[in-house]
Design a protein around this ligand. Structure first.
Ligand code: SF4
Ligand code: SF4
Length: 623
């Protein structure tokens, strides 16, 4: 909780979410600049630092911002680091793909003030488009990766990473993952430093900071030397350790998997020696080989890819130690681990029976009795109205390609709206529409959110204008970054720490880019959206429609704050039970009772879109 994150009570033990613990670690480390684009499962780090900064201002000052995308956030933190200040950024795993360009180059430059990038992986893809192991980035970019194994370690390792970043002049990646970011645990608080952001004089270091080829050629061996020194350090790092045990079989357990492994061994009544690792790159080779030297067999437990296992196999060859893990099927290659999954692998190592499928079939039975709850857009969501209008126009005009993007609106894929045909990554709705326009004879209607428009939607629009490509881009402008928890973006009038901002209007940006067809419509006005779509489809070139209406959650909250009564809608006796509102519009507030549609007043937000859907004027505002 925020009150515990900002609590000035060193030594006190509090209960924090993993992401709050990372935020607290950054505060205790005295960060100067934090910049991020929200993305699950990393978002609460940003939101916590956003909420904390105004409370801590008199004690520990730092600059916090919501960046337009992860690459920009990464570069903002680089700026702080190169000026000798502590810079930090946080993103979900796919965010690091966006920030990969500065990551690889900054590794050569090296950190001056401590630099930490939190990359939150999402094993099992709870809220992501892929299951990506970002430890590879550390290996590929020659950047250290550290991985906490508990909520308390998340705080401590965040703090330590800043210190090590300065000591070795290297940017650090702190790898978190859903299960760590979103679980709670006991954290022992350290001290919050007294500090102001003091501006410093710029000192030039072009020989390191300008990665022109001659400099980069010299910097690469230096980077390798730094990594070698860090590896030596990691051999004795306090977050890598060996738990002594019995026998000639052992485990190497990475990050959170350490807890699964320990608990699984307890259930199985085993006490194998365990090497617990929190430095994922570089691996502490000496520590590992010393551990292997006493063993015949070892099981490597890690999520997501066999990153450590592959390297351990090479090291183990020298000792004739047999290595097990994902690569030989002792542990599954896909999805998140838990105690039972790991228990099955350890049981196999021990030659014991453990039938995990029994537990799985019990879980399958439980799932059967749980009511089906497919993810749906909220009642009154402005996206539903726009997708309804798009579906109507497409049904009238014939087949169309409907690329979309990453956000709540991806749920527009569901029947009967079926407004989403393609979702690849942030900004790819407009990007892929460029390619589709070269090869399709059908119309293309792409959808993108307002936050995503600013994130990576602008460059593909420039591409479309420059190349004269023809498609319709509908910006679903709900005045927020809805899916990750309502963070602001450049289109709204608030910044990080709640400061006022001069918002940037999407329609103005589009016109400035040279888009000749730009119209702004109200998302709830179905007729206006449909008419605009038809005009846009007739436009010879890229056309942008900005469909505006705040997210239903924000809209409801705002009306309640202002004391405005929310009038729900009701279905009158004029209803002819045609079921258009149920089968075609699918607002979750409309349900069927005794064969007739009804509106649940507890869910209805009073948008009234269903009234314009009904052909018999049978829906009206409740009296
Ligand atoms: S959170 Fe807002 S934008 Fe997302 S589905 Fe709900 S109403 Fe729509
Ligand atoms: S669309 Fe109108 S007439 Fe048809 S079921 Fe709904 S409320 Fe009744």
């Amino acid at each position: 909780m925020l009150k515990d994150v900002i609590l000035d009570a060193p030594g006190k033990k509090v209960f924090l979410l993993g992401n709050e613990a990372i935020a607290r670690g950054a505060i205790e480390a005295g960060i100067d600049v934090f910049s991020a684009y929200p993305g699950t499962p990393s978002s609460e780090i940003t939101d916590t630092l956003n909420a904390a900064c105004s409370y801590l201002r008199d004690r520990m000052e730092y600059r916090m911002e919501y960046a337009v995308n992860e690459k920009v956030a990464f570069e903002v933190a680089i700026g702080a680091s190169l000026a000798g200040k502590r810079g930090m950024t946080a993103m979900k795993h796919v965010g690091l793909n966006v920030a990969a360009d500065p990551l690889f180059s900054f590794a050569y430059v090296g950190a001056r003030g401590g630099f930490v990038c939190v990359s939150a992986d999402d094993p099992s893809m709870h809220s992501s488009q892929n299951e990506q192991d970002n430890r590879w980035y550390g290996i590929a970019a020659k950047v250290p990766v550290v991985e906490p194994s508990s909520v308390n370690e998340a705080k401590e390792i965040t703090k330590d990473a800043f210190e090590l970043s300065e000591k070795f002049s290297l940017p650090f990646i702190l790898r978190s993952y859903t299960r760590l970011s979103h679980s709670s645990g006991v954290v022992e608080l350290g001290e919050i430093p007294y500090k102001k952001i003091e501006k410093v004089e710029w000192e030039r270091h072009p020989e390191t900071d300008v990665v022109l080829p001659a400099h980069a050629r010299r910097l690469k061996p230096k980077l390798q030397e730094k990594m070698k020194k860090l590896e030596d350090y990691f051999n004795g790092w306090k977050y890598n350790w060996v738990d002594e045990g019995d026998g000639k079989k052992g485990l190497i357990a990475c990050g959170m998997s350490y807890n699964y492994a320990k608990e699984a061994m307890e259930y199985l009544g085993l006490e194998y020696p365990v090497l617990k690792l929190s430095s994922m790159n570089p691996l502490p080779r000496k520590l590992i080989t010393d551990f292997l030297a006493n063993l015949d067999e070892v099981l490597v437990v890690e999520e997501v890819d066999p990153v450590v296992e592959m390297q351990v196999r090479v090291m183990a060859a020298e000792f004739g130690v047999r290595v097990h893990g994902k690569m030989d099927g002792y542990l599954p290659e896909n999805y998140e681990y838990n105690v039972s999954v790991v228990q099955e692998g350890i049981a196999r190592l021990a030659g014991k029976d453990f039938d995990y499928s029994r537990y799985l079939s019990a879980a399958t039975e439980l799932v059967k009795i749980a009511p089906p709850r497919p993810p749906v857009l909220c009642p009154g969501c402005p996206h539903t109205a726009v997708f309804y209008a798009i579906r109507k126009v497409v049904n009238e005009t014939g087949r169309a390609a409907l690329p979309s993007d990453i956000g709540c609106y991806t749920l527009g894929i569901n029947k009967p709206l079926e407004g989403v045909d393609i979702t690849i990554c942030m900004g790819a709705s407009a990007g892929s529409s460029n390619g589709l326009s070269y090869v399709l004879s059908n119309p293309i209607i792409a959808t993108i959110g307002d936050s995503t428009f600013f994130h990576t939607g602008i460059p593909p629009l420039i591409n479309a204008v420059y190349n004269g490509n023809k498609f319709v881009l509908v910006v679903l402008d709900n005045s927020t970054t809805g899916m990750t928890g309502h963070q602001p973006h450049p289109g709204v009038d608030v910044k990080g720490c709640g400061e006022k901002a001069d918002s940037i209007r999407i329609e103005d940006v589009c016109r400035a880019l040279g888009v000749k067809f730009v119209e702004v419509v109200h998302s709830y006005n179905l007729r206006a959206v449909e008419d605009s779509l038809k005009r846009a489809l007739n436009h010879d070139g890229v056309a942008v429609i900005v469909a505006k209406q705040p997210c239903a959650i924000l809209w409801t909250r705002e009306r309640k704050r202002k004391g405005i009564k929310i009038r729900s809608f009701e279905i009158t006796d004029d209803c002819r039970e045609c079921m258009k509102c149920v089968n075609e519009f699918t607002c979750p507030a409309i349900y069927i009772q005794e064969g007739k549609p009804e509106i649940d007043p507890a869910l209805c937000v009073g948008c009234g879109v269903c009234a314009s859907v009904c052909p018999y004027r049978a829906v009206r505002a409740a009296r």
